[in-house]
Design a protein around this ligand. Structure first.
Ligand SMILES: Cc1cc2nc3c(=O)[nH]c(=O)nc-3n(C[C@H](O)[C@H](O)[C@H](O)COP(=O)(O)O)c2cc1C
Length: 353
């Protein structure tokens, strides 16, 4: 299957606009997830069938420690099919209080020689209320269990609506608060991630300063929440500033961090000439790998077991996943590796672990 994907399907797919392919795959995946027979066929070809590698993290059992990272299934349409290709969970979103059309196109540009994608999606999504209704319907007909004993874990990533209205700090905080409150009221999601580090939103990464993160977490702490809460971290901050954010996250007793988001530094590309001269969006894939692994290792070394760490960025192989786990990650997440190497990468990683 891997040979077919890399040598026949991928060269064709890579000729077509990435967003068109992405939308097509999401619709196809949603269709496959709807019927028992299509789920079984998918599992037969792509499912993880090895020994038990389930893991309990913050009281949640993951059937495998590999998750789909935020941004691929941003409207929560793939919950029924992802368990069949080896994922132990996914991070839906990032979802925002209001529906959001995203940035003007192009929102995704492949950089095949650098193993990366320029992402300028700008938090396109249907909004939290639509997501809640969709997930309620899916969950009502048992739509996240898939095969195996442990249920498929649904994390929900929450961001601030990407428009002029939420650039104001107070409006931005209220935006996060609305989604967080609604999800908690409805009991939707197994854990929540507060995404403070989207590099392509109106007003930039407003909540990655100590002062503003404090204000945000102080308000979120007023909402009763029984689920684990994590923060999605930026990876372009120097360690001292990164550590200052960790101190605040520790103070507000959040369970952990997702390390981390896209890379804003184009000089880290394998082939710099592949990307435009001007910044056009954050880089996924290989350019994230070392930066995120280093920050995972430093966080683990400094804080011991205090934080749960989800390791993400540039996992394109079993070795990359093992590096993140060895650096101190409890679980790993990926997107770009699945696009470049094919969906079989997920089960390959599970087998390699
Ligand atoms: C198309 C695309 C959209 C993304 N959108 C989001 C998002 O909405 N929220 C978020 O926290 N991260 C988002 N990300 C970042 C990923 O979750 C991840 O942190 C990053 O891509 C590094 O992982 P990777 O190298 O495995 O792709 C997006 C990434 C991609 C490729």
């Amino acid at each position: 299957m891997s040979f077919l994907y890399k040598n026949i399907l991928k060269p064709i797919l890579f000729l077509i606009d990435p967003e068109v392919i992405h939308d097509l795959f999401v619709s196809f995946g949603e269709f496959l997830g709807k019927f028992g027979v299509t789920r079984s066929i998918t599992r037969f070809f792509y499912g993880y069938k090895g020994k038990d590698i389930s893991k309990v993290v913050d009281g949640i059992k993951y059937r495998t420690p590999v998750l789909l990272s935020a941004g691929f299934d941003y409207n929560g349409r793939l919950t029924e099919i992802l368990p069949e290709i080896g994922f132990g969970g996914e991070e839906i979103g990032s979802v925002t209080a209001h529906p959001c059309a995203g940035n003007p196109k192009p929102r995704m540009t492949r950089l095949p020689n650098s193993g990366s994608i320029i992402v300028n999606k700008g938090l396109k999504n249907d909004g939290v209320d639509v997501l809640i209704e969709r997930l309620k319907k899916t969950l009502a007909h048992g739509g996240k269990s898939g095969a195996g004993e442990a249920p498929f874990v649904l994390g929900i990533s929450i961001a601030r609506t990407n428009d002029e209205s939420s650039v104001d700090v107070q409006a931005g905080i209220n935006d996060y608060l609305y989604s967080f409150k609604r999800l908690n009221e409805e009991g939707i999601g197994d854990y929540y991630t507060i995404n403070i580090s989207c590099p392509n939103a109106f007003g930039g990464e407003a909540f990655t300063t100590s002062d503003l993160l404090t204000r945000l977490l102080m308000r979120l702490a007023t909402i009763p929440c029984k689920k684990p809460v994590y923060v999605k971290m930026p990876i372009n901050l120097p360690w001292t500033q990164f550590r200052d954010l960790l101190k605040i996250i520790d103070f507000y007793k959040l369970q952990g961090v997702v390390i981390g988001n896209l890379n804003k530094d184009y000089s880290s590309l394998g082939v710099r000439a592949e990307a435009p001269d001007e910044y056009a969006g954050g880089l996924s894939g290989v350019p994230c790998r070392q930066l995120s692994t280093d920050l995972i290792a430093l966080t683990r070394k400094t804080y011991g077991k205090r934080f749960t760490i989800m390791g993400v960025g540039g996992i394109m192989s079993v070795t990359d996943a093992c590096e993140k786990l060895e650096a101190g990650a409890d679980l790993v997440q990926l997107i770009t590796g699945m696009i470049f190497e094919g969906p079989e990468l997920v089960s390959e990683i599970c087998e390699g672990l």
